[in-house]
Design a protein around this ligand. Structure first.
Ligand code: COA
Ligand code: MG
Length: 297
């Protein structure tokens, strides 16, 4: 299933969990990591599990959980605490390589048996660029990674700390600096190479919806399929930006149509523009994406 918007909700906030329920986000990420203070961890574990159990119908909105990183002492307790609620997936932060994803896969296999959940049904989204090492290990995903991994995103905030950077954006243009653009590109390429969903990074200035829209459109042009939100007002903007417009759909249909009507031709002209195989592939991808979004019902 295509998820366009993933809204982070602090796992220890009753009010925000309630607000998340009526939000348009395709998925919520119930957070047990950075937005929860250590002394609220137990509260968050209980609240998140109870919330998951109450909301077993996920047809309109999936429920994912971000646990602490695997090298943090909280991670296993987070995981065992939430699995009775059968989350749709786990968001794994601060990974070093695909090995972390494969380790989580094994933990999930055991916990699914314990909870009577269908084996392999709990998916994984990894935050692929929050450690310095992670920028050098993308190739490990190409060799052998768990089928549970269905989406990858990147992170600019923890990466800045890991790299010793004082900031991650250019002071004048506000654009991400080079190391962060590299992280973004490596995440996109890897996600596409292993046929998982590349997900755009959070836009932290949550009052600036125009800036968010511009960044969503930029992400989408590059190949990303959705984006992470931190505020309820961001979900609608993200959903709209990642849904192809009627004009785009019409154009894609025209492209597919003209090639179908002219079998055997590898290149053709449409409205004064040359089309060849990559354009046909893009058009088919777009129509396939639309079908998947509409299939959400
Ligand atoms: N999920 C659900 N509800 C949220 C929310 C979220 N992520 N962020 C804000 N809300 C709710 C607020 O509780 C408030 O509801 P209310 O009117 O019933 O009180 C309403 O939306 C408006 O919120 P607003 O006042 O605009 O924002 P804020 O100052 O209360 O909160 C943040 C700002 C950044 C603290 C908040 O958006 C947040 O907690 N975001 C998620 C942070 C997170 O999970 N980070 C980890 C990943 S990077
Ligand atoms: Mg973080």
């Amino acid at each position: 299933m295509i998820i366009r918007s993933w809204l982070f909700v602090p796992g220890d906030s009753e009010r925000k969990l309630e607000k998340g329920r009526s939000n348009q986000a395709d998925a919520l990420i119930l957070d047990m990591e950075d937005s929860v203070s250590d002394d609220r961890q137990d509260v968050a574990r209980e609240m998140v599990c109870a919330y998951l159990q109450k909301r077993s119908d996920r047809s309109k909105q999936q429920l994912w959980v971000r646990i602490n990183p695997l090298d943090h002492p909280f991670s296993l307790a987070d995981l065992t605490a939430v699995m009775p609620g059968a989350p749709d997936g786990i968001v794994l932060p601060k990974v070093y390589s695909a090995e972390d994803v494969n380790t989580l896969d094994k933990y999930l296999s055991v916990l699914e048996v314990r909870e009577g959940i269908e084996p392999g049904s709990t998916k994984i989204l990894c935050v692929a660029t929050e450690t310095a090492a992670s920028l050098l290990t993308f190739h490990t995903y190409l060799d052998n990674v768990s089928d549970r991994l269905v989406a990858m995103t990147w992170g600019g905030e923890d990466l800045a700390a890991a790299l010793g950077a004082s900031d991650n954006r250019h002071p004048v243009t506000g654009e991400y600096d080079d190391p962060f653009l590299m992280a973004k590109t490596l995440c996109l390429a890897t996600a596409r190479a292993i046929e998982t969903q590349p997900v755009g990074v959070v836009y932290t200035n949550f009052r600036d919806l125009e800036g968010l829209e511009a960044e969503c459109l930029r992400d989408r042009r590059s190949g990303f399929i959705g984006k992470i939100a931190i505020h309820p007002a961001q979900s609608d903007v993200i959903n709209k930006a990642f849904t192809p417009s009627d004009e785009e759909i019409d154009h894609a249909k025209k492209v597919v149509d003209i090639f179908e009507k002219n079998p055997g031709l590898g290149t053709i002209g449409l409205d004064g523009m040359m089309l060849d195989m990559p354009h046909l592939k893009q058009a088919r991808n777009l129509l396939d994406l639309v079908d998947q979004i509409r299939g959400r019902g």
